[in-house]
Design a protein around this ligand. Structure first.
Ligand SMILES: Nc1ncnc2c1ncn2[C@@H]1O[C@H](COP(=O)(O)OP(=O)(O)OP(=O)(O)O)[C@@H](O)[C@H]1O
Ligand SMILES: [Mg+2]
Length: 267
């Protein structure tokens, strides 16, 4: 089923996840142009969509189609050349740099391909970090929230391990716990399984699907078309425009896919 991106009708679309619920993200004709010498690069040429609370959206497209440019908009790291972006109902483009940094810290959890953990720092300290900028949290509350987030990603037994004492999959779990610790409105992932082997990638997808079931809103940018089969909606970009926006009514189980993988060989 294709979603109609016309603003007048999109709110009437219903999905198994209740797309009539709260809109977390809304883009209205977002354009992002870059001036390179005398040339204008049109990285986003008018992108409009709404993302509802509890959706697990994959964003795909060939290299250069505008995925990272779009993610930078969604993550409040950049502002549009024209058009508007509403995050939790708040228009982002006119915000000051400071206000954007604040909203980014409170409303967005980032997961990157290369984990971006502090080196030689424990899992617990890495996860506590985003809360350092939040004066509503005392040291004790920070620790408590970080422990809870690490438990949620299955790392209760690795809290005191340092970044260099963990596997890629474990580091990515720490990064996901760090992204979740602020209880953000949306979780943004950029090629979050890009550096991981097949089995570990599926373990990560199991975790993302669990977070999705718990009601988290997830946006996952990836080159890998297979991952779309595990999300609830897929947005396909081409030349800075939406080529296709489809609801997945037949979400595959990452758990089943993981169980079906050949067992790792013992030596
Ligand atoms: N800061 C910039 N200055 C100039 N051009 C840029 C800038 N950032 C991106 N572009 C251009 O905008 C287009 C979209 O780039 P973007 O990085 O969003 O693509 P992508 O879909 O993420 O590609 P990939 O899959 O290779 O990561 C490309 O043509 C790129 O060269
Ligand atoms: Mg990119």
């Amino acid at each position: 089923m294709s979603i109609n991106n016309n603003n007048n009708t999109s709110s009437n679309v219903t999905s198994p996840l209740g797309r009539t619920g709260r809109v977390v993200i809304e883009l209205q004709d977002v354009k992002r142009y870059f001036q390179v010498g005398s040339e204008t690069v049109k990285a986003l040429r008018g992108v409009s969509f709404k993302i509802y609370e509890g959706e697990f959206v994959t964003i795909q497209g060939t290299s250069g189609s505008g995925k990272s440019t779009l993610l930078n908009q969604l993550g409040c790291l950049d502002t549009p050349t024209s058009g508007e972006y509403y995050l939790d109902g708040v228009p982002v483009s006119k915000m000051s740099r400071n206000k954007r940094a604040h909203i980014r810290n409170r409303k967005i959890g980032f997961v990157f391909q290369n984990y971006n953990l502090l080196p030689k720092t424990s899992a617990l300290e890495n996860v506590e970090l985003p809360l350092m900028y939040n004066n509503e949290f005392t040291a004790e509350m920070r620790r408590e929230a970080a422990i809870k987030a690490l438990e949620a990603v299955g790392l209760a037994d690795r809290m005191n391990h340092k970044s260099n004492q963990m596997s890629g999959g474990q580091m990515q779990r720490v990064a996901i716990a760090r992204a979740l610790v602020n209880n953000p409105a949306v979780l943004l992932a950029d090629e979050a399984t890009g550096n991981l082997d097949t089995r570990t990638s599926f373990e990560m997808l199991v975790l993302f699907q669990k977070l999705h079931r718990q009601g988290h809103t997830i946006i996952f940018v990836t080159h890998n078309p297979e991952i779309a089969e595990y999300s609830s909606r897929n947005i396909n970009l081409r030349d800075g425009k939406i080529r296709e926006d489809t609801i997945n009514n037949n979400i595959k189980s990452a758990e089943e896919a993981l169980a079906a993988l050949p067992k790792p060989q013992d030596d």
